[in-house]
Every structure is written in C-alpha cells, then in structure tokens.
Write a protein that binds this ligand. Sequence first.
Ligand SMILES: [Zn+2]
Length: 296
Amino acid sequence: MTITPNSFQSALGIPEIIGCAFVFIVGSVIGSFLNVVIHRVPRSESIVFPNSACPKCGNAIKPYDNLPIISWLLLRGKCRNCKEPIAWRYPAVEALTGFVFLIVYCQVGLTVFLPVALIFAAVMISLVFIDAEHMILPNVITYPLFAFAILVRIVYPIVWPDFAFADMAHWPATYFAGSPAWVVSLAGAVAGALAGGGSLWLIGELWKRLRGVDAMGLGDVKMMLGVGALLGWRLACIAIFFAAFTGAVAGVAVLSRQKEKDMQTQIPFGIFLGTGSLIALLFGERFLAWYLSYFS
Ligand SMILES: [Zn+2]
C-alpha cells in the first residue's frame, strides 16, 4: 500500500496497517448498526429502542454476542438461547461495510472529506439492502441524504477554503466563478440534483406517457437528488450509466429465467443506483480523466 500525504502514517505516525485495521473495525461496527437500520426502518420501527433481540425467542442479544462478524462465527449463525438461525446477511453487511470503509479511506485519504464519504457509503449500503429486501427506498433516509448533501455543499467551502468539490471546476458551476465559493458549490449541487434525480424523473414521466406504466419509482428519484447534489452532475451521470447497464444485464438474466415472460417484473433499481453511486464516488473522477484523455 502506498503512503499518501493524508495517511495515518504521515499524519499521525501510526503504522498504516494499524490505521487500516482501525478503519475496517469502525466500518464493521457501523455495518452492525446498518443491519438494525435495514431491518427496522422499512417496518417503521425505532432504530434506537429497544435493543436487539432474537426475533424467535425474544432473548435480548448480549453485548458479547453482538460483536461484528466474530459473534456470528462463534455462534455458528445460531441464537445462543433457542438456536434459531441468524441470517448470513448480518455478518455479510458488517464485513462489506468494513471493506467499503477501507476502500473509501484508501481513495479519499485522511482528509476533511473522509467523514462525508464514509457517511455517504453507509447510506448507500443501507439503501441497497433495504431496496433488495423490501423494494422501497424510505423517505426517512432519502430526504436526510438530500439535506446532508446540500449542507455539506454549503458548509465545506466556507469552513475549509482550500477544499473544492471536483465539479466546481466545470460548467455550470464555473458560470458562477467570482461568486463566493459556497455559491459555486451550491450551483454544482443544484446541477447535480437535476442530473441525478431530474433525469430519472423525466425518463419515468416519458415512459408513463408512452407505455402507461409507472416504471420509475419516486424513491429512485429522491435518492438520486441527494446523490447528485453531493457528487455533482458528472459523477451522477456515471452512477446512472453504471446502474442502467448493470440493471439491464440483471433484468435480462431475471427475465430469461422466468417462465412467464411478463415485462412488468419489478427490479429494485435502487440496488444498482446505490452501487453505481458508490463506484462514482470512489472511482468516477479517475474514470472521467481516463475516458476524456481519448478526446484531447
Ligand atoms: Zn432465540
């Protein structure tokens, strides 16, 4: 692993391997919390109270049985009390969140943007798993995501004048060059929200007029309003292209295995939008630089 200027090694003198282990552990603990969010939010339950309990025997889960990944392995995927199987999704989400946090840290470094990128990643993971299980993207997550994105877009350029969002160097944000940095940043956020949520809404509306079918859920639109506001229109487009491509491949695969060829089969598109948004956050700028180098 290369040592970046913003690593644990350079900034704090902590060996990089320990820093990375720390990031993974934090990620798996957050993943444990995301499991609660994924289970309770679609059921309109509180994510704070009551404490986790076995859904079968109601036995409260002890703190030592609630360690990310490890406890599930030690309990061999069964409740300590009644031996009811515990879904593999729990350790999977914990491990996945740990790895995603690690990749986010490697890409973003120990910078002021790291907390924002980690929160964004955690929100995407929860939306992907909720959509996969319940076919909804809850407003209680997508609305705060949008508010969070706008807040970050305004506050970051004010508090950290050296910090700039990548899309601030591109149209239409550059149209506001000369204005305070937060205005330029906010203009980029509005353009991003329109590109992310607006484009999906437009596609859904056109489809509805042409085919008379509600193809695009409003949850997808609300989700991409927030994603676009934070990442800007260029990365929002990458997220949607990625989602459309992988979603189409998955859709064909699902349809080909179905006996009845019913084109109305619902595919939770949020899975692909969430994955695409994460990839756009992590690799979007690098991908754009590589892609655009062929035209310059
Ligand atoms: Zn039990």
